[in-house]
Design a protein around this ligand. Sequence first.
Ligand code: NAD
Length: 277
Amino acid sequence: MGLLEGKVALITGAARGQGRAHAVTCAREGADVVLVDVDSEVSATTYGLATADDHAETVKLVEEYGRRAVDVVADVRDQAALDAAVARALAELGRIDIVIANAGIHSFGPFWELDDAAWDDMVGTNLTGVWRTVKAATPHLIERGSGSVVVTASVNGLEATAGFTHYVAAKHGVIGLMKNMAVELAPHGVRCNAIAPGAIDTPMTNHQQFWDWFAGREGGTQDEWVAGGRHYGVLQGTTFLTPQVIADTALYLNSDLAAHVTGVTIPVDSGHLLLPG
Ligand code: NAD
């Protein structure tokens, strides 16, 4: 019997990366899933967002575990679309027990060079999108009197990094948002926690701009990025982590093992935050 047997999880950014790992892990542990992703280039990134093919692959992987998958194409900045996703989940799967607000983007730039579009895309997706996602599911969670919400922050929700201002601001906001949602949901039996991933190997980080960033120069290589990942944390054997380690942490938080855990942020970063900033 799985840790999430008979539950339903709604996951944003579910088409690939950490979102896919969350979806497959929930399915493996006995949950049906609602897979929300935008499937198009709605924000300016140099690496590109997920595609319809990515989304379909996650559906297939979930179904291989014999679980049901409801796939929803929605932008987490669109409240009506998220409300409709929740309505579809309730119509087709009957309930929602778990919300994993994971969708996010990344881009670079000193704060004085960011234009309004870059700022608004970042805050709209990575912070407001989390609020909108949890907001959409909350009336149902309150009605049920139980549930678990996990929001994806970052070590950048707990530290500064030059060149990441808008990302850092949004992720610090996610942790504040999580704490307040935890306080307001607690009387209703609903828990809310955050995960702060360190360096994870996903399409968000494994591309030329991040290769350059880890190399400290333009024209960086993937090998230099891998070498940079080895110095990111303090644990022996530190490297870029797989999305699975984040999904494992969410599994703990969403299971009864964490029945008395709410309002916390768990860094999963090989001890990166122990290093001087
Ligand atoms: P990813 O780019 O592979 O996945 C992000 C997903 O979010 C994609 O499928 C994308 O299509 C989706 N998405 C983006 N904008 C959206 C929107 N407006 N509406 C709906 N979906 C949207 O990257 P990932 O590493 O899996 O990122 C998952 C989360 O983890 C993000 O919140 C990210 O900020 C966070 N994070 C990542 C790392 C890392 O090292 N990869 C570290 C810390 C935190």
